[in-house]
Design a protein around this ligand. Structure first.
Ligand SMILES: [Ca+2]
Ligand SMILES: [Ca+2]
Ligand SMILES: [Ca+2]
Ligand SMILES: [Ca+2]
Length: 637
């Protein structure tokens, strides 16, 4: 299933940065360095309390659903450039930064064109036939990638509508997907490709499921398991990549130590360590050490995964000195590979190159991992890192850059390359990384940026935030013909905190009878509304967070909606009736469709009727403003 054809080229552009490190034969400085504790898995934590009174949703920043996607190149630039430019492909060139976070289509249409497929023209209801029932990527080496084109064939005689293509919760962030903007309307006898890719960044196994919702009459929820494994391979990394000796008085000797590490997951053996100019070189290999013991005379040098050796090089200044190359030959399954370290004399500064990591698509409310571990200093090592937001969504107060222990480090020099932030709201986050090395002149000279799009995956995503703390607001989504209820644990028509809360998504997938609200159990009352097909949960709305003390967000997600007019309301549940700007954003098919702000004071136990979401057809959804307010019915005590 491995695809290498040209049509994949544009899709591969996404990963060109990654893969330039992989297949180029010169693997001397591939840096992996991911923290294996952050594999992007979402822990099942459904045991968390769901009581409104003790709702813990104001504490953000569990790292258990952190995302790890890094993968910028850190290939050994043997040109040792000192021109002060980062060579990384600018993010805009990879992903065009559409407001909705979609990857540019214009150039890539060729690979997303519909292609003919076989169908039964007499079949009078929509039928989706995927080209694979499982997406099996096989074994992929770390930082390499494998792509699969999953073709969705309309095998019927009538139009087929695909309204949602989502990774199920818990799917590893090392899988990527790419497709045309939703909804996809596929004519009979045609197939539309969904491009899937797997880029393992660590040794930890990855799994997941792609969920495709369509109007297929028999199987509206198609699940495609994602299967992959990490290929065993050795990988050498050298630090520094340029051993730079400063000029000195003739006859004076100085020495430098180079560390050679096996950062892969298989052992290897270094069969050769020599300076290219041999006896003619002004440089000499003085010692080779492993675990602090000299192994100078014990070639070949075996390196298990995570082991390293150090090479001490001595330089004696002469009237005229030349550069040299340290050749390092090491064994892989495919034969011998050569890595090199440039050895030179010069007094020019070579500044550390920050690598802020590969652009990411995440879900709103994800904890994003910023991985700067691929930053490097060509002639030394990186000594400190500084992360700062350049851009983030308005009201994303809790999107703050922290270290892995939860300390705020935004705008501060820190020694560890990894950081995290809470993608509190949908939208675009741009983060800047600068680095420091041992050369003072280099501090803050080089800058790199990473863009993270928190993009709602649900067909309908309604986001609520407000301005004043301790002023509890609740978002509600009401089924066609239904009534707003302030505290409706038993309500089947108003999805809100009392019946629809999945606690930050962690109770997902819901138990067979639904997501219990805080006052219910899976077998008792307070079951989540069961809309659409009875006993099927994929077509039910769910609230992913109920915030009480802070300023939101609260989000209701709804895919595969029924036809009709859904009402969005906001209950002022508790707190002072004071000036409190309340904002509702409505996303449809991942795109911001409408934004409403309430600046009037609405008393407690009143609600704001925000808008209608009119589902005219599975693919035609309209948002219409209401903007009125009224008292809410308060149940008798
Ligand atoms: Ca992994
Ligand atoms: Ca340097
Ligand atoms: Ca609330
Ligand atoms: Ca249902």
């Amino acid at each position: 299933m491995r695809q290498a054809n040209k049509l994949m080229f544009m899709f591969l552009m996404l990963f060109v940065v990654v893969c330039s490190s992989c297949n180029s034969g010169d693997n001397s400085a591939i840096i992996d360095g991911d923290d294996p504790n952050y594999d992007g898995d979402v822990d099942d934590d459904s045991s968390e309390s769901a009581e409104k009174e003790s709702d813990d949703s104001t504490v953000e920043g569990d790292t258990e659903d952190s995302t790890v996607i890094d993968g910028d190149e850190s290939e050994n630039d043997s040109d040792g450039d000192t021109d002060g430019e980062t060579e990384e492909v600018d993010t805009e060139n990879i992903i065009d930064g559409d407001e909705d976070g979609d990857i540019s289509e214009s150039d890539e249409d060729i690979i997303l064109e519909s292609i003919p497929c076989s169908n039964n023209q007499n079949l009078s209801y929509p039928e989706l036939t995927p080209s694979y029932n499982t997406a099996d990527f096989g074994a992929v080496a770390i930082m390499d990638s494998n792509e699969i084109a999953l073709e969705l064939c309309n095998s019927s005689g009538v139009d087929l509508s695909v309204t949602s293509v989502q990774f199920a919760r818990g799917t590893s962030h090392e899988y990527y997907k790419y497709h045309k903007d939703l909804p996809l309307i596929i004519p009979p006898g045609f197939a539309v490709p969904i491009l899937l890719s797997y880029v393992p960044v660590d040794n930890l196994a990855d799994e997941g499921t792609l969920v495709i919702l369509s109007d297929d009459a028999n199987n509206p929820e198609l699940k495609i398991p994602l299967v992959s494994s990490v290929q065993p391979a050795a990988l050498l990394k050298t630090v520094p990549q340029i051993a730079q000796f400063h000029s000195a008085s003739v006859g004076q000797t100085t020495s430098k130590t180079i560390e050679i590490s096996n950062i892969g997951n298989e052992s290897t053996s270094i069969t050769l360590l020599e300076l290219a100019k041999g006896q003619q070189s002004p440089y000499t290999i003085k010692d080779i050490r492993k675990n602090n013991l000299s192994v100078f005379n014990s070639s070949p040098w075996d390196l298990a995964a995570d082991e390293n050796i150090t090479v001490e090089i001595e330089f004696q200044m002469a009237d005229s000195v030349e550069d040299d190359i340290l050749n390092i030959d090491w064994l892989t399954e495919d034969g011998t590979k050569r890595s090199t370290v440039n050895v030179m004399v010069g007094n020019d500064a070579m500044c550390a190159i920050p690598q802020a990591g590969m652009d990411q698509f995440v879900d709103p409310l994800d904890n994003v991992l910023l991985n700067g571990s691929r930053s490097y200093d060509p002639n030394g090592s990186v000594q400190a890192y500084m992360w700062q937001f350049v851009k983030k969504p308005d009201n994303a107060f809790r999107a703050i850059i922290k270290d892995m222990n939860g300390n705020t480090i935004e705008g501060q020099w820190v020694e560890t390359p990894n950081a995290t932030f809470y993608a509190e709201l949908s939208g675009e986050y741009v983060v800047q990384l600068t680095t420091k090395d041992s050369e003072e002149i280099c501090t803050g000279v080089e800058v790199d940026f990473v863009t993270i799009w928190a993009k709602p995956e649900s067909t309908i995503h309604v986001q609520l935030v407000w301005e004043t703390q301790n002023n509890d607001q609740d978002i509600h989504l009401i089924r066609p013909g239904g009534q707003h209820v302030r505290d409706g644990a038993e309500s089947t028509e108003d999805c809100h905190y009392a019946n629809c809360n999945t606690i930050n998504g962690r109770a997902f997938p819901c138990p067979p009878r639904g997501c219990p609200g805080p006052y219910g159990t899976a077998t008792g009352s307070g079951q989540a509304p069961d809309w659409g097909i009875q006993e099927q949960r994929f077509d039910d709305p769910f609230l992913d967070i109920d915030d009480i003390e802070m300023k939101g967000p609260e989000n209701i997600n709804y895919s595969a909606p029924e036809l009709g007019d859904f009402k969005v309301t906001v209950e002022h549940y508790s707190g002072e009736s004071q000036q409190n700007e309340v904002k509702v954003l409505v996303f449809v098919f991942g795109v911001l469709e409408a934004s409403y702000t309430l600046t009037d004071v609405i008393p407690v136990k009143h609600h704001w009727n925000v808008c209608w979401i009119k589902v005219h057809s599975p693919t035609d959804i309209e948002v219409v403003e209401i903007n009125t307010s009224e008292p809410s019915e308060v149940p008798e005590e």
